[in-house]
Structure formats: structure tokens, C-alpha cells
Write a protein that binds this ligand. Structure first.
Ligand code: BGC
Length: 712
């Protein structure tokens, strides 16, 4: 397809149409007859709808084919629509929510999951997915932390890259790949006070060092689209932010794919107060380099007038249209507008056994054991009861799993019984109000499993909270179980870090997030000891809500506090410790690992050297298992203050009982560099502390001296 030729044959209305994305409704219904409510304000008619370039959300191959057929019939040039949808952590086979994926510290599994999502959704008519969401966030009040990979730029970037590669493969023309869209550009996770859609006010230094690397990782991996965020950056909404979209994304990073707004976010710049109306919004959007507006009509209704008034140049429109047509070409849609969509194959591909196997493995690896006083694994000799609001839940899919079906998921008790665990009594209730008979049954149990947390709708878009404790009086379950003097095992179903301080006396706490289609198979595997838990936290869990935002990779201060040492005028709270209750990178295993012999290949490093740093990790238990070995650095002295610790590598290694594994990381100059506030790379000579350990707070350390000039 000669895209330039096609482009030059389009009328201005046809070009502008390509820049609008609408929901399937508009194509299925006769909107000239059936227009109501908010839809009226879009000021659309059939002609405009049938000029539009893409569709938001699709439910099946059949629906996609129906819309594409109808559209192509109306379209003069037969330019196919491109179908986009939110396939975030599974199409029908649902994988753990992204925050849980991150807890696996296994991006290779995320790669496999993305491949499966691509396969299941492409056969069902989806060609582009709005994923990965890589908004780094340090604020668990923000409900969307469930959709991202946590507080750390390095860990988030590792997932970002693998997921893009999994969705897109080497060629999105392939019938089992989709193009993907990294979001929400940029720094959406820094919403002030954790309130969704709120202002973001971060320095350029933080932007480049903390928030941008995970989007850049996706761009470097070849992501085809970038979605702008709802927030402002330096007081300009991201959707019309020239600095972000032109200077950084296109010029600095060389991104040549499609930039799409978030839902209605071009129109919303009027509410931000930076455009007086949709027309000015359109002007600012085009000027900033926004290609597609999702579900608003600023471009459609105003670009032509702006052009006639010479406020914009047709070349600007052409550039945006070119990128959209190029995406369609890349997806193979000009050759076959239905490419990949096969209603007859949907049933065979979706929910395939091998997909569910990956879902189960991923779920197992995402579980984090936070505490265990010798009560886990469960014993076949004891009697258990399961109580709490989620005791019988099957709703383990979590937010953004719209095509999935919770009804296909299993209950925990069934799975435990399959493993010959004696679950004698199960009762799901909102509060611990039990009848006499139920009380007797509970008392007969040796130990109590409490299924607590928040429901799947509580974490996600527009679901911010000020209180990070267990909601709706669930603490009463813990107090009740305690009053019976029994061992308590807590399972935590949730999508954001909680304040677990009031539960800290539980005998075990197992973090089970929302683990998807195979959640309870995986949880039962871990509880019964069939699988040794290996996940580690991708976000710090605060002791108190007042510590938020709390994250391990903070800067030092001029008056740093030393844990356990009183300093009246150092940086501390009067009424709480500074440290997290469960730090970033923390997670237990049924095995015990000891770290020793931290060794570096050279204490001095010159600019092109690659230095090895290694550690011996010994499994000193009788249980084999995975250990996630974490590598951090601290740039001790530099022009700009650097974090006290930054993750620079991790490896997940299997270690048999009594075995010692030597784990090695390589350091090159890239690991020692950072960004200045202009986004340019800085590399400085000096001492770097190097740390390897089992969590961000449990490390062995050594140091090297780096020379920027000199030898080699
Ligand atoms: C969300 C995006 C999503 C889009 C389309 C928005 O409200 O912020 O993450 O991709 O809707 O569904």
C-alpha cells in the first residue's frame, strides 16, 4: 500500500475522520435516529461516524466483522477501521493483576502472558490493546496502582519491555500478535494525594529519573502507540503538552508511532482551564502532536475551521493521518481488514489448557508470603475453617478484566479439599456474626483462615481511598479469631498496599491480590506446600497511612535519620517509624536463604569496564525454592542528590536444600548514569556503593570507585 498516495487522495473531512476514535455503538446503531444524552453533545452525524478511523472496545470476532463490513461498505477508499480495546491482564484467560505480576519479579512470565493475550484477543477481533500501563506510583491511595508495576522504575521498565515484546512479537501482521499502547504518558501515578485525575506536580529531574523510564522502555521495545494521561505536567495537560509529546517523545526518544488521548481527555482540557472551548482544545492537541482523540470530537468538529482560518497547517493533519494509516498497514489491515479474526477458532484458542497453565504458574509466582510463624504450609493433620468476606469468593479476576468471567473461577475450599486439607467449615459474611451452631463449628477448628481485603471494584480507575486499613470493619474478624486463641492465617485479596499494622500479630499473612482465572488453584498449591511461595513486594507497605507516599528509593536528606537512633532534629516522625512495615522487595519463602561472600571483580572501574559483582546464596532449609536476588546501587556523591538505593538488577534462582548458588550481576557505565533535569544522561566519577540482598532493607554491601576518564 502506498500510504502517501492514499493520503493525498483523501478529502480533508476524510483525513480528519481518521483522527477520531469511537465506541462500537456508533457503528451499530443508526445514530441519526438514536442519539441521546451525552452522545448528543458530541455533535456527530452518520457521515462523520463513517469517516472515523478506529473503534474503542470490541466483544467478539463476529461483532468486529459486522462493524468492519458495514463501515467498508460506506467508505469511499475502503480504509479499514482499526479495533482497539483494553486487554490488560487477560482476554478470557485472566492472569494476575499487574501489581501482582510485578510481585513475581518474573518478566518472562509477563511476556508469555502477553503472547497469550495477543492470541486470544486477536482471534476475537482486537488489533490493538491499551496496555501495558506502566505508571510508577508511590501512593497506595491511588486505586490504579493495581494496574501498574509498583514504585520502582527499574522493575516497571523490565515488565514494560517484556510485555510489549509479548504482545507485538516481531511483526504485528502475524495473526496471533496485536499492536500495543503504553500508557498513561506521563507520570499519571503521581496524582497528588493519591486522588485519581488530580494534579501532578513533579520536577523534571523526578520525571526523567523516576516516571519516564518505564514508558521509554516500551518505546525502545518498539511499542506502536502511546496514550496520554489525564493529568497536567508542569501545569499543561499531558494530552496537549508539547514538551512531553514533541520534545521528549518524538524528538528525544524518536517515537514515530501513534499518540492517542485517554478517554475524552482532549475535550477535558477545557475543564482544566487551558482551552476556552473544543476548538482551542483541537488547536492545542494538534500543535502538541496528538494523533487520535478517543471518544471526543474536538478534531472532527473543529479542525476544518482551524484550517480555513489558517490557524493550522494541513501538513500537521497529514502527519497524524499518515501515522494512523501506517499502523493499519503494519497490522496488515489493507490486505485483509479482518486479519486474525476467526469466529470459528475463538472457542478453540480461548481458554486453552496451555493458557490456563501459564495463568496458574503466574498466579503462584505472584503470591507474597509476608509473615509465617510456622503455620504454613497447612498441615494435613489439622482442621481448618475459612471465614471472612472473601471466604467463598470466586471474584478473583480483579479490575480491567472485562472479557473474563469470574463465574469460571473456583473456590478456595474446593481446591484445598482436593489437596486433602481438612477444611471443616466455611462461612462468608461481612462481619463475624455467627449463630451458636456456627460458633461451635469454628471452635472445633484447630486454626482459622481469614479471607480479608477489598473487593475487585475497590482498586482501579476512579477508586482512590484515604483509608488504607481493611475496609468495612473487617478488623473485627481478626479480633474475633484472636479471642478464640487460635492460630490465624490471613489471606489478603486486594489491589493496593494496605496498612497491615493492626494485623501484624497474625501467625501468617499471605498476599494473594487478585490472581485471575487460576487464583484458587495457585493459592491452594501454596497453602498446601505443593508450591513454595516466591513473590516479593513491588511497593512498600506502610505502617501508617500518614507515611504515604513511602518508597525505598528516596533521596537522602541533609538530616538523615538512622533507624533506632534518636536524633531530635533529624528527619523523622514523633509518633511512627520512618520505615515501611513491609519494604519494597520483601517476601518470605518456606525455605531460608543465607547470603554470603559478596565479591567484586575489581574495586576500580574505568569508563568501558564491565565489573562483576557476585554473592553466594545458600538454601539452609529442607525445602527447595526460588529466591529473588536483588541488586542495588547508591551513587554516594554526585552533582544532583541520588536515591539512597536504586534497584539495578534482579535474578530469580531456584536453589535446592543445602545448595549454594553464586549469583552474578554485571555493572557497566549505564548502571551508574542518571538523567539531569533536561533528560540528558549524566555520568560522574566517584564512589558507588553496591548492594545485593533479599529485600531493599536486607543487603550486603561493598563499593567501587568509578573513573569517567582514564584507562581503557
Ligand atoms: C482509562 C484508560 C483506558 C481508556 C479506554 C480510560 O478511562 O484511563 O486506561 O485505556 O479509558 O477504555
Amino acid at each position: 500500500m502506498d500510504i502517501h498516495k492514499l493520503l493525498s487522495s483523501l478529502t480533508i473531512e476524510e483525513k480528519i475522520g481518521q483522527l477520531m476514535q469511537l465506541a462500537p455503538f456508533f457503528f451499530i446503531e443508526d445514530i441519526d435516529v438514536k442519539v441521546f444524552g451525552e452522545v448528543t453533545a458530541l455533535n456527530l452525524n452518520k457521515e462523520k461516524v463513517f469517516h472515523s478511523g478506529s473503534v474503542l472496545g470490541i466483544n467478539s470476532a463476529e461483532q468486529m466483522i459486522q462493524i468492519q463490513k458495514k463501515y467498508l461498505k460506506e467508505s469511499r477508499h475502503k480504509i479499514p477501521l482499526v479495533f482497539m480495546a483494553d486487554i490488560i491482564h487477560g482476554y478470557k484467560t485472566i492472569f494476575p493483576v499487574p501489581i501482582a505480576m510485578a510481585a513475581s519479579w518474573n518478566p518472562e512470565l509477563a511476556f508469555q502472558a502477553a503472547k497469550i493475550q495477543a492470541k486470544e484477543s486477536r482471534v476475537s477481533g482486537v488489533q490493538v490493546t491499551f496496555s501495558p500501563m506502566v505508571d510508577v506510583s508511590r501512593d497506595p491511595r491511588w486505586g490504579r496502582v493495581v494496574e501498574g508495576f509498583g514504585e520502582d522504575p527499574y522493575l516497571s521498565s523490565a515488565f514494560s519491555k517484556c510485555i510489549v515484546q509479548g504482545y507485538q512479537g516481531n511483526d504485528v501482521k502475524q495473526e496471533d500478535q496485536v499492536a500495543c499502547c503504553v500508557k498513561h504518558f506521563a507520570a499519571y501515578g503521581a496524582s497528588e494525594a493519591g486522588r485519581d485525575y488530580n494534579t501532578v506536580d513533579v520536577s523534571n529531574y523526578s520525571l526523567f529519573n523516576t516516571y519516564l523510564p518505564s514508558y521509554k522502555a516500551a518505546v525502545d521495545a518498539g511499542v506502536k502507540l502511546v496514550m496520554t494521561s489525564f493529568n497536567t505536567i508542569d501545569s499543561i495537560p499531558a494530552t496537549v503538552n508539547r514538551f512531553l509529546l514533541k520534545d521528549v517523545l518524538r524528538d528525544k526518544w524518536g517515537f514515530d508511532g501513534v499518540v492517542i488521548s485517554d478517554y475524552d481527555s482532549l475535550h477535558q482540557v477545557v475543564a482544566h482551564g487551558v482551552a476556552k472551548d473544543d476548538k482551542e482544545a483541537a488547536l492545542r492537541g494538534l500543535d502538541a502532536g496528538l494523533d487520535i482523540e478517543m471518544q471526543s470530537t474536538c478534531y472532527t468538529n473543529h479542525l476544518k475551521d482551524l484550517l480555513d482560518e489558517n490557524q493550522i497547517d494541513e501538513k500537521q493533519i497529514d502527519q497524524a493521518v499518515y501515522r494512523i494509516l501506517k499502523l493499519k498497514e503494519d497490522l496488515g489491515l489493507f490486505e485483509d481488514p479482518y486479519r486474525g479474526a476467526h469466529p470459528e477458532k475463538e472457542a478453540e484458542i480461548i481458554f486453552a489448557k496451555e493458557h490456563l497453565d501459564v495463568a496458574e504458574k503466574f498466579a503462584e509466582e505472584s503470591i507474597v508470603l509476608l509473615k509465617n510463624e510456622d503455620v504454613l504450609p497447612l498441615s494435613k493433620k489439622l482442621k481448618y475453617c475459612i471465614l471472612g468476606p472473601y471466604a467463598e469468593t470466586i471474584r478473583t479476576n480483579g479490575a480491567w478484566a472485562g472479557h473474563g468471567d469470574n463465574n469460571l473461577n473456583t473456590k478456595l475450599a474446593e481446591q484445598l479439599k482436593d489437596k486433602h486439607i481438612n477444611v471443616d467449615f466455611v462461612k462468608a459474611s461481612l462481619l463475624p456474626d455467627y449463630s451458636q451452631e456456627e460458633l461451635l463449628r469454628i471452635k472445633e477448628a484447630d486454626q482459622i483462615i481469614l479471607a480479608l481485603g477489598e473487593n475487585e471494584y475497590e482498586a482501579g480507575e476512579a477508586h482512590s481511598k484515604v483509608d488504607l486499613h481493611l475496609p468495612r470493619g473487617q478488623q473485627q474478624f481478626f479480633d474475633f479469631a484472636k479471642s478464640l486463641n487460635k492460630k490465624i492465617i490471613i489471606l489478603l485479596y486486594h489491589g493496593r498496599p494496605f496498612v497491615l499494622t493492626p494485623l501484624i500479630e497474625a501467625d501468617a499473612i499471605l498476599d494473594v491480590f487478585y490472581l485471575g482465572s487460576k487464583a484458587h488453584e495457585a493459592i491452594a498449591n501454596v497453602l498446601s506446600g505443593k508450591t513454595n511461595p516466591s513473590g516479593k513486594l513491588p511497593m512498600s507497605y506502610p505502617r501508617h497511612g500518614g507515611q504515604v507516599p513511602i518508597y525505598y528509593n528516596h533521596l537522602s536528606t541533609g538530616r538523615p535519620h538512622k533507624r533506632g537512633v534518636y536524633g531530635e532534629y533529624d528527619s523523622h516522625y514523633l509518633d511512627e517509624e520512618n520505615e515501611a512495615l513491609f519494604p519494597f522487595g520483601f517476601g518470605l519463602s518456606y525455605a531460608n536463604f543465607e547470603y554470603a561472600n559478596l565479591t567484586i571483580s575489581n574495586e576500580q572501574m574505568y569508563i568501558n569496564d564491565v565489573i562483576d559483582i557476585s554473592v553466594d546464596v545458600k538454601n539452609v532449609s529442607q525445602t527447595p525454592g526460588f529466591e529473588i536476588v536483588e541488586f542495588y546501587i547508591n551513587d554516594v556523591h554526585s552533582y544532583y542528590a541520588r536515591p539512597v538505593k536504586e534497584l539495578k538488577g534482579f535474578k530469580k534462582v531456584w536453589i535446592n536444600p543445602q545448595e549454594i548458588k553464586t549469583v552474578t550481576f554485571q555493572i557497566s557505565k549505564n548502571d551508574l548514569s542518571y538523567y539531569d533535569p533536561k533528560g540528558d544522561t549524566l555520568l560522574e566519577s566517584g564512589i558507588f556503593e553496591l548492594m545485593i540482598g533479599s529485600s531493599s532493607e536486607d543487603v550486603l554491601s561493598t563499593s567501587i570507585e568509578f573513573f569517567k576518564g582514564g584507562k581503557s
